[in-house]
Design a protein around this ligand. Structure first.
Ligand SMILES: [Zn+2]
Length: 260
């Protein structure tokens, strides 16, 4: 897995936006575009919402990137260094190709023109076909902002006659994942059978020591919540586990056989 963060004297560093663009420009020169980009407000949101699906997509041969808009700090038990190291470990467990930790501000994330340009530049360099963003209803302002920001950046990424880095690109599909802070009754557009990815999801979440795994009791509560949600969504599609996804756009299908 390639990683935008880097170490100085063994300590993980948060890259600036300019450093991320340099890193991704080099990545784009060597690598093919990614198939899927999961853009999340904080490290661990992608794993909570769709870690099992990500693991399966990777095993199905898709090239997946996770883009964390912020490094998630400050939190009660974390530091920037530990969060970057945890995100790296979780990404390796899921088998993704690339993880980028952007320098947007945790807690104060906003859908601004400046931030749209930053996210669009990342998209123009990694060129995903499918984009995943947070669900648009949430108690956490960062999550709501991220939903709007990613939708806007998707559009900005296709602009021509611009000074933005990369080449114009429009991710063909955008779906939304749920790692929300509300007690919502969700009505997904589809549920992904993620049964084969649950072990990887739980292992990836356990890698976030400062967030979910400060002691065994904390992680057993996280495991119980993740498993009960997973079983609920799985039950609705008659599979052991599922993860829900949402689309504002109509979803077309090519074969009736891929419907469970
Ligand atoms: Zn979050």
């Amino acid at each position: 897995m390639q990683l935008s963060a880097y170490q100085v004297n063994g300590v993980w560093q948060q890259p600036t936006h300019a450093e991320i663009i340099d890193f991704l420009t080099a990545y784009a020169r060597e690598a093919q575009p990614v198939d899927v980009a999961v853009v999340a407000p904080h490290p661990d949101d992608a794993e909570i919402a769709m870690g099992a699906t990500i693991s399966i997509l990777v095993r199905q041969g898709l090239k997946v990137a996770i883009v964390d808009l912020t490094n998630g700090e400050p939190t009660p038990a974390g530091t920037v260094e530990t969060r970057l190291a945890e995100a790296k470990a979780a990404g390796e467990i899921l088998g993704i190709d690339l993880r980028v930790t952007m320098d947007l501000p945790n807690r104060y994330l906003e859908d601004t023109v400046e931030n749209r340009i930053k996210v669009a530049e990342v998209l123009r360099l990694i060129r995903p076909r499918i984009l995943f963003a947070p669900y648009w209803v949430d108690a956490h302002p960062d999550h709501r902002a991220a939903a709007a920001l990613v939708e806007a950046a998707r559009f900005y990424a296709k602009l021509s006659k611009t000074t933005m880095s990369g080449v114009r690109h429009y991710p063909a599909r955008i779906f939304h994942f749920s790692s929300n802070h509300y007690r919502l009754h969700l009505e997904p557009s589809f549920v992904f059978d993620c049964t084969g990815g649950m072990d990887a999801k739980l292992a990836a979440l356990a890698a976030y020591n400062t967030q979910f795994n400060t002691d065994e009791r904390q992680f057993s509560e996280v495991r119980a919540a993740i498993e009960s949600y997973g079983r609920y969504w799985g039950r609705l599609i008659r599979r052991p586990f599922g993860e829900p996804f949402f689309s504002r756009e109509v979803i077309g299908i090519e074969s009736i056989h891929s419907i469970l």
